[in-house]
Design a protein around this ligand. Structure first.
Ligand code: 5GP
Ligand code: ZN
Length: 112
């Protein structure tokens, strides 16, 4: 049982901003900026370490392409942040790898 697998399968509703064979991107339920989307591989990987180990590169490449497509579709491709929380200590709350695409406002120079 994984909420992002359920979202991928359409069992839980979401607002999709991008989809291809390998990846979906949805609006975050609790946005931290004017644009806050989540790029989610359609196949379950626990985190980025699992993705790197278990994938032959197909999903990893699709994620990068999807991030760029989402940024363009949202009109933020001139400036945005990509965040991946890996593991509970980093604040990962959904244990299905996903990449936050955040923008629509100016960020401070400090990353955190
Ligand atoms: P994490 O903390 O794991 O890096 O990020 C999980 C993100 O998923 C959070 O930003 C949270 O708001 C979002 N989220 C959790 N449940 C749902 C949901 O059911 N639908 C959507 N669209 N976002 C969710
Ligand atoms: Zn999952």
């Amino acid at each position: 049982m994984c909420i992002f697998c359920d979202i991928v399968e359409g069992k839980i509703p979401s607002t999709k901003v991008y989809e291809d064979e390998y990846v979906i991107a949805i609006r975050d339920l609790n946005p931290q900026a004017p644009v806050h989307d989540l790029v989610i591989p359609k196949k379950h990987f626990d985190n980025i370490v699992d993705l790197a180990a278990a994938d032959d590169g197909t999903y990893s490449a699709a994620v990068i392409d999807a991030i760029a497509e989402v940024a363009k579709a949202e009109g933020i491709d001139e400036g945005f942040r990509v965040i991946n929380n890996c593991g509970a200590d980093a604040g990962q709350s959904v244990m299905h790898v996903h990449f936050h695409v955040i923008g629509g406002r100016k960020f401070e120079e400090k990353i955190i």
